[in-house]
Ligand binder design. Structure first.
Ligand code: SF4
Ligand code: FES
Length: 246
């Protein structure tokens, strides 16, 4: 395939940015989207030009690093991560626009890389349980019902990629937080800190500059791990209950 890429280039957070056009040829439909960018970067390096800065790590859909807005869609046209998106989703002659996540709470670092450490600070604020370290406890010592275990497991699959924020017109991180609060709130180990957790996480979310949820649902549609929208109801429920109790 021969393609035309329009890529956001920006030297640093305080520099002006612009879309720059790069033609690319001989793209195989079996390449992943990131491999296609690797090919472009190799060519740019050979030409003595600055390669495009973009994030990736696992390239297996599990780390959440590969945050790219592709043709206006978080992670592109498939419900998956950018590293798991393949060029067969495009066709010869396509023009592809590639931009970074856009959200005040994800400041731009360079080109397509944004700083998502605001998510880390939300987790540090309350997305954990306090347990004594040491040997793993006996597996069946704390019973968990099958429905609770399934829901905790499903919501634990959130990889913190930020696609939900990038897709949301309010740049809200409520789906991300809903996933974390539901995951821990379903389990007995998550109960002692349940009220404090949701209050601290919401306070940090708002302080970081994420917006509020207005039930648009773009987050769940863009989520590569199919976190359901109803975790936001759970988040709101837990928050109201915690505020009432304290
Ligand atoms: S809820 Fe989905 S889109 Fe949001 S950070 Fe988690 S995995 Fe990514
Ligand atoms: S590089 Fe890890 S999820 Fe894409």
């Amino acid at each position: 395939m021969n393609l035309t890429l329009k890529i956001w280039r920006q030297d640093g957070p305080n520099d002006a940015g612009a879309l720059v056009t790069y033609p690319i040829s001989d793209v195989s439909e079996d390449m992943s989207f990131l491999e296609m960018l690797d090919v472009l970067n190799e060519q740019l390096i050979l030409d003595g030009k600055e390669p495009v800065a973009f994030d990736s790590d696992c390239r297996e859909g599990i780390c959440g690093m590969c945050s790219l807005m592709i043709n206006g869609m978080a992670h592109g046209p498939e419900v998956t991560t950018t590293c798991q998106l393949h060029m067969r989703s495009f066709k010869d002659g396509d023009e592809i626009t590639i931009e970074p996540w856009r959200a005040e709470a994800f400041p731009l670092v360079k080109d397509l890389i944004v700083d998502r450490s605001s998510f880390d600070r939300i987790i540090q604020a309350g997305g954990y349980i306090s347990v004594n370290t040491g040997a793993a406890p006996e597996a069946h010592s704390v019973p968990v019902s099958k429905p609770a275990a399934d829901r905790a497991f499903n919501t634990a699959t959130c990889i913190g990629c930020g696609a939900c924020v990038a897709a949301c017109p309010n740049a809200s991180a409520m789906l991300f937080m809903g996933a974390k609060v539901t995951h821990l709130g379903e389990l007995p180990q998550g109960q002692p800190e349940r009220d404090a957790r949701v209050i601290k996480m919401i306070n940090e979310h708002d302080a970081e500059g994420f917006g509020g949820c207005t039930n648009i649902g773009e987050c769940a549609a863009a989520c590569p791990k199919e976190i359901p929208l109803d975790v936001i109801s759970q988040l709101n429920h837990d928050f109201r209950k915690a505020k009432h109790a304290h």
